[in-house]
Design a protein around this ligand. Structure first.
Ligand code: ADP
Length: 483
């Protein structure tokens, strides 16, 4: 029972249903056509077997009656045997035709009542006048002229009835023909329409859930999470959607658990680590008692390393926070050149120690941008930090800002190793680091992920253009103030 219900609501059931309707219309049309053609065949058969026969028989009968009358008169005047023979042969022909019509009647074919009257009348005369001897010795016409005229008149009437019948049958034939053509065309039209509509509906019922699924899969691969997709159909697509939603839910749950775990871990490590750092600094500064230079040097290294671990933990926590969306940006108008020089001040020391020149030719006439300085400094700081990290010493890094419609476009270009094309789509993902740098550069692959989250939270987008071996250009857009 459940299997049958599944079959009916499934794709195969839908296809069968549609096929059934199509076949029903097709056979319905064929049946109507067949019925009309059958009727037409009956009518034409009737015309050929009855009406045409009646027509030719009645024509012969009139001719033979006229012949009989003529030869009867000639015989009466000339008394020549040959006229009598002509009379008899015409009479024979006449009777043959009359017999043909009687035969039709006996086959339950409908014939005009006039024929019955003719037959009766004729039989009356010829029971009296059929004796040849009587005929030979007859003094006057043995079939009176008025009788022949009456028969001719009756035959003509029956003939007219027959003509009328032929006319009606022809009209019926025409009507049936028109009906057949019309019903054939209507059937063809309906089956084309049903075929088209059914095809479109089937395609729609398959394409829509497929699109929903595609969007869901895309959002998982791009944003690493997806809202449940809504597919109401009870067919295989519905089952697929349920399975997908289940999978997306599990992924989301697992991701949440991972984020919670990382933030918990970071918290748990960061607090004691800060205390350790403070203690190390206090000892290094000699507050706890005198220390020698060697001890100070090692304590300073320890403080530096603890600082690095703290920074790393901060980043991990920030990613968790950005991903959960639990952060507030407070945008306010910022002047681009002031903003850039602020960032440059922070990064100057790192650039100098690597021997890299940073060029920032920022026009003072640029419109203000809208953003949260604290977060945006991190964006530019991350991009510049990467550019310095990956550039060879002695190379140049350039910063550029261009207005573009309602946005300002920032670009940071370097002459570093570049990023292989197939990896460019992944570098904004959390923890991703290009294969070529994993072994000889430190990092956790979190900077660009944080940067992307911040830019998008400001309503902007971020991208990279890079030719391997020829450097990279990172760009991002921010809204202009007042737009
Ligand atoms: P991290 O720098 O800590 O590895 P990021 O998220 O900042 O992490 O960068 C991710 C990866 O993107 C880097 O590991 C590197 O492979 C690549 N990348 C980022 N910026 C550059 C750059 N300017 N030149 C070449 N590769 C870069």
């Amino acid at each position: 029972m459940i299997d049958a219900m599944k079959f009916i609501s499934g794709i195969t059931g839908k296809l069968f249903g549609w096929y059934f309707i199509f076949v029903l219309i097709f056979y319905g049309t064929v049946f109507i056509l067949y019925d009309n053609i059958q009727q037409m065949m009956k009518i034409s058969e009737n015309i050929i077997n009855r009406n045409y026969k009646l027509s030719s028989a009645s024509k012969n009968m009139i001719e033979n009656l006229l012949n009989m009358e003529e030869n009867e008169k000639k015989y009466m005047v000339l008394k020549k045997e040959e006229y009598l023979n002509y009379f008899f042969s015409a009479q024979k022909e006449f009777e043959k035709s009359l017999a043909e019509i009687s035969e039709m009647e006996s086959k339950a074919m409908e014939v005009s009542p006039n024929w019955k009257a003719i037959k009766k009348n004729y039989a009356q005369y010829f029971s009296q006048a059929q004796d040849i001897k009587n005929i030979r010795s007859a003094e006057k016409l043995w079939i009176p002229e008025h009788a022949i005229n009456k028969w001719i008149e009756q035959i003509s009437l029956a003939r007219a009835d027959n003509e009328r019948e032929i006319e009606i049958a022809n009209m019926e034939l025409n009507l049936r023909g028109q009906l057949a053509v019309r019903s054939g065309l209507i059937g063809l039209g309906i089956s084309t329409l049903v075929g088209l509509l059914g095809g479109m509906m089937l395609a729609h019922s398959m394409v829509r859930p497929l699109r929903e699924l595609l969007n869901g899969i895309r959002s998982i691969s791009e944003e690493r999470q997806s809202e449940p997709i809504r597919i109401r159909s009870k067919d295989e697509f519905g089952e697929l959607a349920n399975a997908f939603n289940e999978m997306a839910f599990r992924l989301k749950e697992e991701q949440k658990m991972r984020s919670d775990f990382i933030s918990m871990l970071s918290h748990e490590i960061r607090t004691p680590l800060t205390s350790i750092r403070e203690s190390v600094n206090l000892i290094a500064e000699g507050i706890m008692g005198a220390i020698n230079d060697r001890q100070r040097k090692f304590l300073e290294i320890a403080s530096l390393e603890i600082g690095r671990v703290c920074e790393l933990l901060n980043r991990m926590m920030q990613v968790s926070c950005l991903e959960s969306g639990a952060f507030n940006i407070k945008p306010c108008p910022l002047t681009p050149d002031v903003f850039v020089s602020g960032c440059l001040d922070q990064i100057k020391a790192a650039a100098e120690s690597k021997g890299v020149m940073i060029e920032a030719d920022i026009s003072r006439n640029l419109p203000d941008m809208m953003g949260d300085a604290k977060y945006l400094q991190q964006v530019l700081g991350n991009l510049l930090g990467n550019a310095i990290k990956f550039s060879p010493s002695g190379s140049r890094i350039s910063i550029n800002i261009e207005p573009d419609g309602k946005q300002l476009i920032f670009t940071v270009s370097d002459d570093g190793p570049g990023i292989p094309e197939e990896e460019q789509a992944f570098i904004f993902n959390k923890y991703y680091r290009a294969k070529g740098v994993r072994d000889h550069q430190d990092g956790m692959g979190l900077g660009l992920s944080i940067t992307k989250h911040i830019v998008e939270a400001h309503g902007g987008t971020i991208w990279v253009k890079s030719d391997e071996g020829k450097g990279s250009t990172f760009g991002f857009s921010l809204p202009k103030a007042g737009e």
